[in-house]
Write a protein that binds this ligand. Structure first.
Ligand SMILES: CC(C)(COP(=O)(O)OP(=O)(O)OC[C@H]1O[C@@H](n2cnc3c(N)ncnc32)[C@H](O)[C@@H]1OP(=O)(O)O)[C@@H](O)C(=O)NCCC(=O)NCCS
Length: 194
């Protein structure tokens, strides 16, 4: 009988790494499309009806990539050994009377990586990025009960529900819930002595 040698057993896969993509490649557009398609296939109300084709998903992410290139939004991704497994966006571009406000959008985690704390880590990264951009107020809306629990857990304030706001991928109407989060202004760093 072969007894497995513990020294030869594969090490546990490293936890996903979160980073901002300042430039989005075609390969990354396709990976992001894969995450979006999986979420829609799982019934998430994230702007698209089912079935979502790779072409439509790639067209959406190409638009996001162009917006990132224009500096209108920040795109954060979580990557594991297989590629992008989660993502969230921070929309920076706002009307001129709301320079302090940002919007969190398209929080998506592939079903293979859920319930491991990735959603919470992506929110933390989005808030960190918002602070770095001197945003002091964030807003979002969601039709997902899973996401509602996540946002409340990480300190967001639930505002209220709009019934019949959107459709689920199968055509069923669903409500959306609005949230906001006030961020402490970043403590100004003392300037270096001349
Ligand atoms: C909403 C969503 C982003 C959450 O992502 P996630 O990575 O699963 O989030 P987390 O892992 O941080 O938290 C999810 C749950 O796992 C639990 N969890 C976190 N780490 C865990 C761990 N190590 N072991 C066991 N459970 C864990 C959390 O407590 C939470 O439990 P709850 O749902 O009972 O409250 C994901 O479900 C998703 O992509 N949904 C589809 C798209 C969508 O609707 N997005 C929202 C758009 S606004």
């Amino acid at each position: 009988m072969n007894v497995p040698d513990p020294s030869q057993s594969p090490s546990p896969s490293p936890s996903p790494r979160i980073r901002a993509l300042p430039h989005v490649t075609d390969a990354q557009v396709r990976e992001l499309a894969g995450v979006l398609i999986d979420c829609v296939a799982g019934g998430a109300s994230v702007s698209f009806m089912s079935p979502l084709t790779i072409e439509r998903a790639c067209a959406f992410w190409q638009g996001v990539a162009d917006s990132v290139a224009r500096g209108e939004r920040e795109l954060l991704v979580a990557e594991d050994a297989e590629g992008i497994v989660g993502t969230v966006q921070l929309v920076l571009a706002q009307p001129e009377n709301q320079p302090h406000r940002g919007e969190v959008a398209k929080m998506l985690v592939h079903r293979r990586a859920r319930r491991q704390g990735l959603g919470a880590q992506l929110m933390q990264a989005a808030e960190q990025s918002a602070r770095a951009h001197r945003k002091t107020l964030l807003v979002l809306d969601t039709s997902s009960p899973d996401a509602e629990r996540l946002y409340a857990r990480v300190g967001w304030q639930r505002v209220g529900v709009i019934p019949g706001y959107a459709l689920l991928p199968d055509g069923e109407p669903c409500a959306t819930t609005y949230f906001y989060r006030a961020l402490d202004a970043e403590t100004p760093q003392p300037s270096a002595a001349p």
